[in-house]
Design a protein around this ligand. Structure first.
Ligand code: FAD
Length: 625
């Protein structure tokens, strides 16, 4: 069997690791307050049984599988059900509900693990010749429905897993450019870079389970993007396997060679070919790295301060502020005698805030990161401190920054836990000009509340601003609600309301999660119908037979089933009928029960704590707290 490791088939992260709240006394009361779910009496269901899944039967013929095995070796191609299920979905709430409730309409027919670029080329050529569908697979962490096969797809679907391509190939020290194989996950590549004194500076919350190829293909952004840029800035060169040929973009500092093909590959979600190598800008590991916490009396003053910082001479690595609800969540759910709860309980902070006339229900917590040489970091902080004071905020030192990191690791596991208990939660994020940040924030909250009201359920929405630019910033919303009998239908109501509020209020449909199937209904409103036409033209011209991850990004009501191009002979039928027994028990999740009963198959009892997650090199690369 292949050496490539994957996340749990039914949830986020590593087997045996999960969220628990025994050391967070404020957590259960907070959940009851926020979504009306009593964790004390709710029943946590167990891990779903793989044996009970109806996995659609593979339509890949033995002959075609053998052809792939001749390229990658028999150990690196499989039609095994578990491998195909693992490669079916990403990790959105929709994905988690579907997989736990046995709602798999279409799985890849075969999973293949090439060892190098030549093998990727050979697979692509064989697939195109057979008019098969190729879906590149990085870490499988996307939450936009970017890698699932279209349900009505009749052709053989190949999940092309890049997991064996994980080396840092070379570093050009003079240029600070590193060639990295596309399947390298965050810890893989950061460890190799750190060993030579470098860092990529790209740390999405999914860092531990996502790949550089996936980051490029979804236009990802990491928590330190204010300093290092989004992956679109970090990516300089690319190697992309296309039918019969390589698309090679040399790592140039800048170029005026027409419309940017580099930009076309960025965010292409596998539709233009398979990225095998990315040349990224890397940086020397900074001598100093600190994250400081600040409080503001309210959201408006905090946002004004963030904008002022973005316009100032300061260049922090992180500028982030939570709204009052997210601040309340952080204060209520931190660990006993550590993090913010200790900080606020054991200091005179609340008193000081009250004496300043602050309403404690409106306070907003901010984290600002400083990196670089010692003098540089000090100077940055001085500029920021002045701006914070001018906007009525106050600094509270480095201590609470520990919590910031802690939460990042917990959050994805927390989502699984809540689902186990009967509450659905996920995130939506956007970017908007500074002039619309406050307006959009308030509109999204109102839209979510109206959606909860229409469902007659108690729900929660909280948000933070992060990833600043000169012209605006990203707003990131986390929402959760207690579901009744249709978690996905109810989730759609809430998610749609939030997404629509973005485009109605000068925001984009996604700042860094991509489009996939999840956000494509809003694409025309985001980039105009003409914009979609141009994009569709690009995909159609570059992939006339629709072999590369069809149906994603541009809304595709009709699944393309085109004739095989007359290039090569093949042993595989291109019109293999869908397997009769490829049954999906239910198209909708099975959950009918009230929250206290088992709504969807749930996680194993008493998993290890989320803090037991293996330490990655990410710890080294994130700011010292
Ligand atoms: C808990 C959680 C936290 C997250 N936090 C962040 C965050 O902070 N920032 C952020 O940007 N995103 C975040 N995400 C979203 C996700 O991690 C990103 O979209 C990530 O970039 C996906 O990378 P991946 O390797 O997992 O790609 P996959 O999920 O495997 O694939 C995503 C898409 O890219 C395509 N693709 C993958 N590899 C290649 C390749 N080599 N060539 C061509 N196409 C390819 C796939 O076909 C698919 O369309 C988060 C997700 C979760 C679940």
């Amino acid at each position: 069997m292949t050496s490539v490791k994957h996340m749990k088939w039914w949830g986020w992260g590593n087997e045996g690791v999960g969220f628990h709240h025994e050391d967070k006394p404020g957590f259960a009361p907070f959940v009851e307050y926020a979504v009306g779910l009593d964790l004390g009496s709710a029943t946590r269901a167990g891990e779903p049984s793989f044996d009970e899944l109806d996995v659609p039967k593979s339509t890949a013929t033995a002959a075609f599988t053998k052809q792939l095995a001749a390229i990658v070796g028999a150990d690196n191609v499989t039609r095994d059900d578990m491998a195909r299920v693992i490669h079916t979905y990403g990790k959105s709430l929709r994905d988690l509900v579907r997989i736990r409730s046995n709602a798999i309409k279409r799985s890849p027919d075969v999973v293949v693990y090439p060892a190098d670029e030549a093998e990727v080329q050979a697979i692509v050529d064989a697939a195109v010749a057979a008019n098969a569908v190729i879906i590149p697979f990085g870490g499988g962490s996307n939450i936009a429905g970017s890698l699932e096969a279209m349900p009505a797809e009749k052709r053989v679907v190949i999940s092309l897993d890049l997991g064996r391509l994980r080396k840092v190939v070379a570093i050009d020290a003079a240029a600070g450019l590193a060639r990295i194989q596309a399947g390298a996950q965050g810890p893989d590549l950061e460890k190799q870079l750190n060993a030579r004194g470098w860092t990529i500076g790209h740390f999405p919350d999914s860092f531990t389970h996502s790949t550089v190829g996936g980051w490029v293909a979804t236009r990802s952004s990491g928590m330190q993007s204010d300093k290092y840029g989004d992956i679109a800035d970090i990516t300089r060169g690319l190697r992309v396997v296309r039918p019969d040929a390589m698309l090679v973009l040399r790592p140039l500092p800048s170029t005026s060679s027409g419309p940017s093909v580099r930009e076309m590959i960025l965010g292409s979600e596998g539709r233009l070919g398979v990225i095998t190598e990315v040349t990224v800008q890397v940086h020397r590991i900074p001598k100093k790295r600190d994250v400081y916490a600040y409080f503001f009396p309210n959201w408006k003053s905090g946002i004004a301060a963030m904008q002022a910082i973005s316009e100032s001479d300061a260049t922090p690595s992180i500028t982030r502020i939570s709204d009052a609800k997210e601040t309340g969540f952080s204060l209520a759910t931190s660990k006993t005698r550590s993090g913010l709860s200790k900080f606020t309980a054991e200091t005179a902070l609340p008193k000081i805030m009250t004496s300043k006339g602050w309403n404690l229900d409106e306070i907003c917590l901010s984290f600002i990161g400083f990196e670089g040489g010692v003098a540089h970091a000090k100077r940055q902080k001085k500029i920021v401190d002045k701006i914070v004071t001018k906007h009525g905020g106050m600094g509270v030192g480095k201590g609470p920054g520990i919590l910031y990191d802690q939460k990042k690791f917990d959050t994805p596991y927390l989502r699984d836990f809540l689902l186990d208990m009967g509450a659905a939660g996920d995130v939506s994020e956007t970017a908007t000009p500074w002039s619309s940040v406050v307006k959009l924030h308030s509109a999204a909250h109102k839209a979510a509340q109206a959606a909860y009201d229409s469902l007659g359920t108690k729900g929660w929405i909280m948000s933070h601003m992060s990833h600043s630019y000169h012209s605006g910033a990203c707003l990131y919303f986390t929402f959760a609600f207690t579901f009744r009998d249709d978690p996905l239908g109810e989730y759609d109501t809430v998610k749609r309301a939030i997404q629509q509020s973005f485009v109605d209020n000068d925001g984009t449909i996604s700042h860094h999660h991509g489009v996939g199937l999840e956000h494509s209904p809003w694409l025309e409103q985001d980039i105009s119908p003409e914009g979609v036409k141009v994009m569709r033209g690009l995909f159609d011209a570059a992939d006339p037979a629709g072999n590369f991850n069809p149906g994603k990004i541009t809304p595709a009501p009709v699944v393309p089933v085109r004739a095989a191009p007359k290039t090569k002979t093949t042993t595989t039928t291109t019109t293999a009928p869908a397997k009769k027994t490829a049954a999906v028990k239910k198209t909708a999740p099975t959950a009918k029960a009230a929250p206290k009963t088992k709504a969807v198959p749930k996680a194993k009892a008493a998993p290890k704590t989320a803090t037991a997650q293996p330490k990655s090199t990410r710890a080294k690369a994130t700011p010292k707290k």
